[in-house]
Design a protein around this ligand. Structure first.
Ligand SMILES: [Zn+2]
Length: 133
């Protein structure tokens, strides 16, 4: 590996922080993420992040996925392991916060209902009011 001078590094850093440099860097990053190596690196990063966030190992998550027969816990729709979300209670920390594996739609819905449960009935009433006979 060759050494770069302080001035070269400074110029390079300045370029990377410029709009043109950032665009080029982001495009290269996006392209890399599409490669097999990039996807593997991203998966590894996600697994580490998941462990840091919930204390959930990949083995435990796979076990949960198998227990749920590869489906969302709420709507029972089959979903790939890579796309399924780990639902967790925001008030708890670590492994205790992990509830179930959900599809994106149910995970978002749970988040909304959890934060505003008083809106469930008004929303249902609204939908009933505008129901097509
Ligand atoms: Zn679902």
């Amino acid at each position: 590996m060759f050494k770069t001078s302080k001035a070269t590094r400074k110029t390079k850093m300045k370029y990377q922080q410029s709009n043109k440099g950032r665009k080029k860097h982001n495009a290269a990053n996006k392209k890399y993420k599409q490669t097999i190596k990039g996807k593997a690196a991203n998966k590894k990063y996600e697994n580490k992040a998941q462990y840091r966030k919930y204390g959930l190992t990949t083995k435990q998550r796979i076990s949960m996925y198998i227990k749920q027969n590869g489906c969302c816990y709420i709507c029972r729709f089959p979903i790939s392991y890579d796309d399924i979300k780990t639902d967790h209670n925001h008030k708890l920390k670590g492994i205790k916060s992990v509830r179930k594996l959900l599809c994106h739609r149910c995970n978002v819905l749970v988040g909304w209902v959890e934060s505003s449960p008083e809106l469930i009935n008004p929303v249902l009433d609204y939908l009933e009011e505008h129901k097509i006979p």
